[in-house]
Design a protein around this ligand. Structure first.
Ligand code: SF4
Ligand code: SF4
Length: 176
């Protein structure tokens, strides 16, 4: 019965419309009104510092290796006290897909995602962020963590003297 089918389709459509007509709209008047995303929202990337104010990034290249679109590049150098860091660090946000793989791969918690989604630029070249644009003056999501206190082995402290680090083993003592 074609007429019944047609009427059912029309009434179903009308029912869907009426069902939503009295609901609160989800639309907001951006940019006057701004939605606050969850703290875990993956938007603008930052490079954080450890609690002593030092740069957390040790220029290990793991984030750039993990990045599926190859939008992270850097150059490693040795800083004060032999501490390794990035001489320059660049993220091309025009390619970034905000997948978060870089933050997952980072062993020092240096690179972190933030909920700041307002990084649109008119000129695409302005979406290339250099280290000075990325490096912030705080610790980000983990204010206590300091990679060098745990694993700055042989760089900022002798081997076996890091926090929670087991003493070194004298391999000669293991010989028969
Ligand atoms: S969020 Fe994903 S795409 Fe963006 S820089 Fe990190 S790994 Fe690359
Ligand atoms: S941000 Fe993290 S993963 Fe990337 S180079 Fe620096 S320490 Fe390594």
């Amino acid at each position: 019965m074609r007429v019944i089918d047609d009427m059912t389709a029309i009434l179903t459509g009308l029912w869907t419309t009426w069902k939503h007509i009295l609901r609160r709209p989800v639309t907001i008047q951006y940019p006057e009104e701004k939605r606050i995303p969850s703290p875990r929202y993956r938007a603008r990337i930052i490079l954080t510092r450890d609690p002593d104010g030092g740069e957390r990034c040790v220029a290990c290249y793991l984030c750039s290796a993990a990045c599926p679109v190859d939008c992270i590049s850097m150059q490693a150098e040795e800083g004060e006290g032999g501490r390794r860091r990035a001489a320059w660090f660049r993220i091309n946000f025009s390619r970034c897909i905000f997948c978060g793989f870089c933050a997952e791969a980072c062993p020092t918690m240096a690179i972190q995602m933030t909920p700041d989604y307002e990084i649109c630029r008119r000129d695409v070249m302005d979406l290339v962020f250099e280290k000075e644009d990325l490096l912030v003056e705080h610790c980000g999501k983990d204010p206590e963590y300091n990679f060098y206190r745990h694993a700055g082995i042989g760089v900022t402290q002798p081997r076996g003297e890091g926090e929670g680090e087991k003493p070194t083993v004298d391999v000669r003592g293991l010989m028969p």
